[in-house]
Design a protein around this ligand. Structure first.
Ligand SMILES: Nc1nc2c(ncn2[C@@H]2O[C@H](COP(=O)(O)OP(=O)(O)OP(=O)(O)O)[C@@H](O)[C@H]2O)c(=O)[nH]1
Ligand SMILES: [Mg+2]
Length: 401
């Protein structure tokens, strides 16, 4: 599972990425700092059943656990900034959208303080309207999908003519969009949402092509908005205006800069901070200068206002709300450790409809092929192969081998 970061230049995409992945990448106060994509590991935060349910300490082999909060890894991608007209080659163009073609969801970062213009140049706070930022990125993404569709339309129509009349069009459209990770089910949903069910593709109007590709984009690349630079004065009123202008979208106030500072202070053991918390504790006040203390207290004030820095909240929203993924833990009724004695070492992100059998296959092909049953370890109950798993389940797979 992979999530991409998108937005115009110089608004904090790489800062968000750096805070989430703790990798050392370039951040500058001018546009087009990032050209080649940054790919890294971010984490989604969830209650750890080891500490919260079984009351034992865990030893994660992937990700980590702090105070009973488990951090499960997934891939995050940060790309160059988009400018209006990118589809026609403006700025760096939109070729680098290909770097986002296989992501499952998008985090669209905007400068909520309105202090960067459409090209990403710094301007007076409040001079840019973030409403326009939302609109133009949407247009670029819509153009991206529309152009890909139009390039393949003739081929799709020809394929349909050659095949039996009952061959579903979604098969060909999904194949054409396979580079963007689009699945047949998503094409069907987009056709239904566009009121085009049953209408021959050759009879769709130009407007209907546009509606369909927009819906396909929304369904196959769901998006959450991170309203970044919320620390800058005047941002809050912009935020409220944005929320009321686009009631259909989700906006999370963020301060990527603060999250970077907190995570580095935590790494140096200056503070105790669990990513996603709305507060932190200073461990070594003597090691801080007055200026540093002032800086860190300023961060605390922002966090109290908007309930944390918003970075972890955005990552969690993308994984759990947009994609509806679930975290499933392998375990046994009599044994929570692996062969090396690590307690609940693994946690897996599974798609929304994943069943017990899917989980068995995820663990090992042999478990899937020789599946004879499974146990919900928390409830100590047998469950069937078709049971859809719940977020936070601990599952034991019983296999005949
Ligand atoms: N005040 C404030 N500044 C921020 C915040 N996040 C990032 N910045 C600043 O915004 C500027 C741009 O940050 P980057 O992370 O490089 O932005 P980007 O979107 O990756 O930029 P490009 O790669 O050039 O498109 C830097 O000066 C950051 O320090 C924030 O939450 N608050
Ligand atoms: Mg960047």
């Amino acid at each position: 599972m992979k999530i991409g970061i998108i937005g115009k230049p110089n608004i904090g995409k790489s800062s968000f990425f750096k805070a989430a992945t703790m990798t050392d990448i370039e951040i500058q106060n001018y546009p087009f700092t990032t050209i080649k994509p940054n790919i890294g590991v971010a984490y989604v935060r969830a209650e750890c059943p080891a500490e919260n349910f079984f009351k034992v300490k865990c030893n994660p082999q992937h990700g980590f656990c702090i105070d009973g909060q488990r951090f499960v890894p997934f891939e995050l991608v940060d790309v160059a900034g988009l400018v209006p007209g990118a589809a026609e080659g403006k700025g760096l163009g939109n070729l680098f959208l290909d770097d986002l073609s296989n992501v499952d969801a998008l985090i669209h970062i905007i400068d909520i303080s309105g202090s960067t213009n459409m090209q990403g140049e710094i301007i007076e706070v409040g001079k840019n309207d973030p409403v326009e930022d939302v609109k133009f990125i949407e247009k670029e993404l819509d153009d991206w999908y529309f152009n890909i569709f139009m390039r393949g339309k003739t081929k799709i129509e020809r394929q349909l003519r050659l095949m039996a009349t009952d061959t579903p069009v979604e098969k060909f459209i999904a194949e054409h969009f396979s580079g963007l990770n689009v699945r047949e089910k998503q094409v069907i949903d987009a056709i239904t949402k566009s009121n085009l069910k049953g209408k021959l593709i050759t009879l769709w109007s130009d407007d209907e092509y546009k509606t369909f590709t927009k819906n396909l984009r929304l369904i196959s690349k769901p998006m959450v908005f991170a309203a970044n630079k919320i620390d800058i004065k005047g941002s809050e009123s912009n935020f409220n205006r944005l929320v009321s202008t686009f009631p259909q979208y989700s906006f999370i106030p963020t301060c990527a800069l603060a999250e970077i500072q907190l995570r580095f202070a935590e790494k140096q053991k200056i503070i105790k901070y669990v990513p996603g918390d709305n507060d932190f504790q200073i461990l070594e006040p003597n090691k801080l200068t007055d200026q540093q203390k002032q800086g860190i207290e300023k961060i605390r004030t922002i966090m109290q206002k908007v309930n944390g820095t918003g970075v972890q909240q955005t990552l969690n929203f993308a994984v759990f709300n947009l994609l509806k993924y679930k975290i499933i833990f392998p375990g046994g009724v009599n044994k929570l450790e692996d062969s090396k004695g690590n307690v609940m070492p693994d946690a897996f992100l599974m798609p929304p409809n994943a069943t017990t059998l899917d989980f068995a296959y995820k663990l090992h092909t042999d478990f899937g092929d020789n599946f004879i049953g499974a146990i919900d370890v928390k409830k100590k109950q047998k469950i069937g192969r078709e049971t859809v798993l719940n977020n936070g389940d601990v599952i034991e797979i019983l296999s005949s081998k």
